[in-house]
Design a protein around this ligand. Sequence first.
Ligand code: FES
Ligand code: FE
Length: 455
Amino acid sequence: MVLSGIKWVDTDTGTIDRNIFYNDEIYQQELEQIFARSWLFLGHESQIPNPGDFIQNTMGEDPVIVTRGKDGKISAFLNSCRHRGNAVTRANLGNTTSFMCAYHGWTYDLEGNLISIPGYKELYHDDMVVGTRADWGLVEVPRIESFYGLIFANWDKSAPTLREYMGEYAWFLETRANPTGHGSEINGGIYKWTMDHNWKFAADNFVGDGYHAGISHKSATLVGHRGTNIGGGNLQQQQTQQNAQFSRQANPDTFRLATKFGHGAGLNLRPVDAPVSSPEGTSKLMEEYQQFRREESAKVLGANQQRVSGFNAMFPNFSINSSADQIHLWHPRGPLATESWVYVLVDAAAPKQVRDELVLGASRHFGPTGMFEQDDSDNWRLSTTGAKSVIGRRHPLHYAMGLKYNDWMEAKEDLPLRRMGSLGDTNQLNFYRHWQEMMWGKSWEEMQAAGFNPV
Ligand code: FES
Ligand code: FE
């Protein structure tokens, strides 16, 4: 049964029902209606450069293998044998010519075809009985597309193309995925850890919540913590001088962007005359790289686009934190648990030493060792506890900051339609409204035909 028509999210009043953060029935419906129908990040092409390379990820809770076939083509399959359902590989990554299930030995090639069955002649009498071998290959994810090397996939054949789905979010993501025209690469491994919070609190934070930074991260910034900050702003100053951050909201170079399918960002444009600044404690080479990045970006990106940085998220569970170029994925693991994955994305043109410094700086910032990550995730844990509370769940949450305030700025030059100021709850409401439409089972066709009327 699909819970439909229940108004969990009220964009007129700016309130959200806390049931959506703890209820298991709602969670199960999210796996069906959100994660089995949305474009989800699977990895980066640089993780599987050679034929036979593969990585694992999950789509919702479903395990998938992403392979590069003999012809170089990238595909994704459910990591579940068609015989008794065992995983066909337990490795997180590797290179292979085939996947042999370790239960009874059914074997699949890189294209998912069932190529070998032990005892097929003697035991099966050369007969599958039900269909043919071609019917019993690995279940393939039907839609897979890349954006400057970032691989996304979707189980829903009727979904729009990845670019259509991204909308104006692509304008931002390009600045991270292809900053100097040379593409990007994943540098090093993936941090993975599990926290006791609903996945949406993390996405909610990244899609629109710049408001928390001055309070949540104050202790980290007061002790002098600064991450790598390619954006060029002074993060420490922004986060220790809260009032300065609030008063800057009336500046048109600070704005928030919300897109049709729930993505959003709170962004700043670096002043045109801002000097190149390297993070403290980094090398001369880093300073030279920052200069190079600035110059090259100006050639390949739009005049405003090349100056943009800030927080952001792509619905439902992807973000790239532009102060450290870290990809965040929030994998749902039940209504009360999230498995976070963090990757560091680097400009493919960055020298090795610069990459190492970027990874080190990023790891101090976000990921399990990151000071900001620890601040954030503990807040989400306690927000989840609050939603679980019998009394707490009777009371909705307030998401009305800036809701009735008319602060729209029309698209101009290479800037999309946006609202002045990076702080406000409208991005989150836009995110949750799309979440609700997906949950109600609206078809992609219906959602596309409805046009975009941002919160
Ligand atoms: Fe895979 Fe039996 S479960 S071969
Ligand atoms: Fe934060």
